[in-house]
Design a protein around this ligand. Structure first.
Ligand SMILES: CC[C@H](C(=O)O)C(=O)SCCNC(=O)CCNC(=O)[C@H](O)C(C)(C)COP(=O)(O)OP(=O)(O)OC[C@H]1O[C@@H](n2cnc3c(N)ncnc32)[C@H](O)[C@@H]1OP(=O)(O)O
Length: 303
């Protein structure tokens, strides 16, 4: 765009940097003041291996994050919990990112914590450390300035159900199921899934789903606002369909899509006056920027 001088662009970039710095998007919930010893929990989880979490960042600004533990229905082992955190750290640095699809390999989403891992950390101290580590990780996933979709094929069980609530949207294939089985395990959600479920479906529905450990098929999930669409496709093309679904929401300049998601995180997490002030800060990062000036020069009609 020739008419935009380098100086204006540099000025806009420095406004963006300052706003990004003020926007404490990537802070964790827990630190040493909460008794959280990150290096100790990472050492413990590193001993509990199995599976992998892969990240593929697309040229189109949409990343695919694949949960894979094929012999255990994509259950999250200790090392997979560590890899999930590393992939989210990577995504926090990806300034061109606009969207994210979280999926499980081999036509199932995730069957929660790997029971071999869970047994190894079933004492109170280790369990609390894992809980805080996963809450930190999934809160950062939820706060990413990317439009995120959980592609649910097969089962999203226990921690897998909690993982899917950390995405902005959920797409479910025919025959798939979300199920918070925690009650049958004598526990309650520990990865933040209960708090997010209440935000998604309201406290009454959340209480039914959790206290009844109810199976949630696609049609029920959509009727209560937990899911946003169903995909009829077979396992192999579900990712393609999810890419198509997310496209209208990620079209256009990355900085504008990212600013929109930041507004939602603000509105969801802050009291109104704080949220509206942060909206002003985010507005300042795009007003007069390249996309805004381009649109003004085109004078688009929205008829
Ligand atoms: C806060 C979160 C919470 C925590 O961390 O404390 C949790 O998430 S705890 C885990 C909660 N999830 C479960 O309890 C799931 C248990 N598994 C099942 O219900 C089923 O396996 C199911 C419905 C996921 C799939 O059933 P299906 O019949 O299709 O397959 P299989 O049962 O034959 O499973 C194949 C194979 O995978 C193993 N498997 C499945 N889930 C897990 C898991 N979460 N951890 C470890 N291993 C798992 C299963 O045992 C089979 O292996 P095999 O050697 O053949 O027994």
């Amino acid at each position: 765009m020739p008419y935009i001088t380098d100086m204006a662009l540099n000025l806009w970039r420095c406004v963006m940097k300052r706003a990004e710095a003020r926007w404490c998007l990537y802070r964790s919930l827990y630190n040493s003041s909460h008794g959280f010893n990150e290096s100790e929990v990472k050492r413990k989880l590193a001993e509990l291996s199995g599976g992998s979490v892969k990240l593929c960042k697309g040229e189109n600004g949409i990343a695919e994050l694949g949960i894979s533990n094929s012999s255990r229905k994509n259950a999250l082992s200790g090392t997979m919990m560590l890899e999930l955190e590393e992939r989210i750290s990577d995504l926090e640095k990806w300034k061109e990112g606009k969207g994210l699809i979280v999926y499980g390999t081999e036509d199932t989403f995730c069957s929660g914590g790997d029971l071999n891992t869970i047994k190894a950390i079933s004492n109170a101290k280790d369990g609390l450390m894992m809980c805080m580590f996963m809450q930190n990780t999934l809160t950062r996933l939820q706060r990413l300035p990317l439009i995120s979709v959980a592609l649910i094929q097969g089962k999203a069980i226990g921690g897998g159900a909690e993982l899917c609530t950390a995405c902005d949207f959920r797409l479910m294939t025919e025959g798939s199921e979300i199920r918070f089985v925690h009650k049958h395990m004598g526990i309650v959600p520990g990865w933040g899934g209960a708090s997010r479920l209440i935000q998604l479906v309201g406290s009454r529905q959340a209480l039914k789903l959790l206290s009844g450990a109810l199976r949630i098929p696609p049609e029920h999930a959509i009727s209560i606002g937990l899911a946003d669409g169903t995909l009829s496709s077979a396992a192999d093309s579900a990712l393609e369909e999810a890419q198509k679904w997310i496209t209208p929401y990620t079209k256009g300049a990355a900085n504008v899509t990212r600013a929109m998601k930041k507004l939602i995180v603000c509105g969801r997490e802050h009291l109104f006056e704080d949220a509206i002030r942060k909206e002003k800060d985010i507005f300042a990062t795009v007003w007069g920027g390249p996309s805004n000036l381009q649109a003004l020069s085109e004078r688009t009609k929205y008829n």
